[in-house]
Ligand binder design. Sequence first.
Ligand code: DGY
Length: 307
Amino acid sequence: MARILVTRAIPGPALAQLAQAGHAVTILPGELPPDRDTLLAAVAEADGLLCMLTERVDAELLAAAPKLRAVSNYAVGTDNIDLGAVAARGIPVGNTPDVLTDATADLALALLLAVARRLPEAERAVREGTWTAWRASGWLGLELRGARLAIVGAGRIGRATGERAAAFGMVVENVGRRDNLHAALARADAVSLHVPLTDATQHLMDARAFAAMRPGAILVNTARGGIVDQAALAAALHSGQLGGAGLDVMTPEPLPTDDPLLAAPNLLVVPHIGSATHRAREAMTRLAVKNLLAALAGEQMPHQVGA
Ligand code: DGY
């Protein structure tokens, strides 16, 4: 029997398998992330941790968890985990790839369509009563057929986003690590980000990158907020260098309602819901549970980071 800490309840029936396997399971109450002190106290006796992307798993947490031997992250991204510190303790880390690919790619397309057709501004006009008449030149946007989409980071989600964009008639260009990013940005009518957040991708989209983009182009980010320099993004939107942006991720999360970014034009922001479908989140639970059970049984996780 192992002691497992789950940092809060997650969707679907699979979570119950942890207790059914004979483990002692503590699920922290509530829907919100635990505060740090609560987390550090709760993890003290844990052999296994099932955590969310909101929990920082770092040297401090590891020091508070002397018995910890498995970390299962309820996310495909692992930037909340200090992989070096965890590896130094010999603790395997699991993640939840594949099962959220379609959900996240769907959202990337939804953001792209919404911003291309200026839905944030158009919807506001209806609600605020500034829509006074049908206008031949009102809210003109970008038509997707024939427009060029740069997929920055053509992994699973990037490729799935590209497939969807191609179905709309877009010309898709995959931009990898070895490609000239700024040259690709200069060719694109829209750019969708799908790289993990690492030291190399932190603020990959900075003022220089925005200056390289085609005037009026669109940015979509469903990856991680840290990839974008938000001050530079706000400036590019205000100046008209960018025609719009759709963001599922930002820094910090949640973004304070008085953050200057929110004053930028044709900006659609949603609260990190890329994987938020019933199917994806329940499948993520199944994978996270499988990963943890395998590691606690001394086996390799089905989705072990770096394995
Ligand atoms: C992930 O899995 O990394 C997403 O950002 C949340 O599901």
